[in-house]
Design a protein around this ligand. Structure first.
Ligand code: SF4
Length: 426
């Protein structure tokens, strides 16, 4: 490993500095910039990374706005990310602890399952102590809907296909929810579709899911209750996307997007990303829940990343790392992992580029707030397009982290000195 050579190059074009670093200016085989010639002392490759996040792909579909606690859903409100606890709701401490972890991950709304009396009994404390709005998830017993409303839950999710005699209780539920200002999510799932609709359609088609949802909405509407959001989930992204498209044309209720039973983290992330991406790019969707067979904080991270990728949420920390190739002069995978781990918890909109060589690296790194282009056992550190120093390979990670922290502090953001901390009020 070469000795550390820290060189200030505030006025040096990145390309020239890179050549100096490599001592191999004639060997650079990158695509030259338009009009450029081999041998010119600059590498000005624009790979199209925009300086600012792109605008959303489509105008949001106009929906009614409801309030889930203090989080607006629908209308012009930002698309929110929600998740669901995996603890027994009756275990109040464990549930609040997990809610705290979810909150720290960026979760904005949390749902808790209420299958038993003990779970219903825990709702008042959980609703009061949670840092984010709590939705009670009720599947079988209408009496728990009333318990959740009385407990001060921010909303109640009901599954019309599962709640026995639900239709008979709609008037009472609408009255109680209306008086408490508690919205209802009509949550239709392919796996528990009303038997009447299964008989009519043969299976959980998009039309069947939408008909079920709109039927239940109509029951509430008969009682003047419209404080509703809807989900029509299916495990097949194609069916799910078509269901939401149909639904968005049929009503103006805010829509909760979800691919149900999406699977383990890898498969579920892809399914949800594809389905949410298709819908959100058409302006459909007001709140999202990624369902993964994985810890719920992972769902939140994926959901937030989907929104950031579509320009629907301000980008936080973003690692732009190259895929590596035969030109790489550093272990890009390890470098990117170490930088990502070192910057975890940094809550600032910072784009950090980790590039494996000086061919395309400088061009991409220059578009980032901070970056490194590696080569010849060294790393050229860029800040806002300027080479600020050259460090040996062994110092690349710590230098990037130091610079990221310095930039974050300059941005004046709180909580940049480590993991975000969230405490559970006792
Ligand atoms: Fe691009 Fe990375 Fe290959 Fe360099 S090593 S050419 S930056 S993919």
């Amino acid at each position: 490993m070469a000795e550390a050579t820290e060189t200030e190059h505030p006025d040096t074009p990145p390309g020239a500095a890179v050549r100096a670093l490599l001592h191999e200016s004639d060997d650079i085989k990158c695509r030259p910039p338009s009009g450029g010639r081999r041998g010119e002392p600059s590498v000005t490759i624009d790979l199209g990374i925009p300086a600012t996040p792109p605008r959303p792909l489509a105008t949001r579909r106009k929906t009614r706005q409801i309030m889930v606690g203090n989080v607006p859903v629908g209308g012009d409100a930002p698309v929110s990310v929600q998740s669901m606890t995996t603890t027994r709701t009756s275990d109040i401490n464990a549930t609040l602890q997990q809610i705290a972890e979810l909150t720290a991950s960026g979760c904005q709304i949390v749902r808790v399952a209420v299958p038993t009396n003990e779970d219903a009994d825990a709702l008042p404390i959980i609703a009061r102590k949670s840092q984010i709005p709590v939705i009670a998830d009720i599947h079988f017993q209408p009496k728990y809907v009333f318990a959740a409303i009385d407990a001060g839950c921010a909303a109640v999710r009901v599954n019309p296909g599962n709640i026995k005699k639900f239709d008979d209780k709609v008037a009472e539920i609408a009255k109680a929810a209306s008086e408490a200002g508690t919205p209802i999510r009509i949550g239709v799932n392919a796996g528990s579709l009303d038997k009447r609709l299964l008989a009519k359609y043969g299976k959980a088609t998009p039309e069947a899911l939408v008909e079920s949802a709109l039927w239940e909405c109509s029951l509430f509407e008969e009682h003047g209750f419209r404080d509703i959001k809807i989900s029509v989930k299916h495990n097949d992204p194609v069916v799910m996307v078509n269901a939401y498209r149909l639904l968005s044309q049929a009503c103006d209720y805010p829509l909760h997007l979800g691919v149900t039973e999406a699977g383990p983290a890898f498969q579920g992330t892809i399914k949800s990303s594809v389905a949410f991406g298709a819908l959100l790019s058409e302006g459909i969707g007001d709140t999202i829940r990624v369902s993964l067979s994985a810890p719920p904080a992972e769902e939140v991270k994926v959901g937030a990343q989907i929104l950031e990728s579509l320009g629907l949420r301000e980008r936080g920390l973003e690692i732009v790392s190259c895929p590596s190739c035969g030109r790489a002069q550093v272990d890009v995978y390890t470098l990117a992992e170490e930088v990502t781990a070192g910057l975890e918890g940094l809550e600032v909109p910072l784009r950090v580029a980790v590039m494996g060589c000086v061919v395309n690296g400088p061009g991409e790194a220059r578009e980032a707030d901070l970056g490194v282009a590696s080569g010849n056992g060294k790393g050229q550190i860029f800040v806002k397009g300027e080479v600020i120093k050259t460090v040996p390979e062994s110092k690349i990670v710590e230098t990037l982290i130091e610079e990221a922290m310095r930039i974050a502090e300059e941005m004046g953001e709180a909580g940049v000195e480590g993991e975000p901390s969230v405490s559970v009020a006792s």
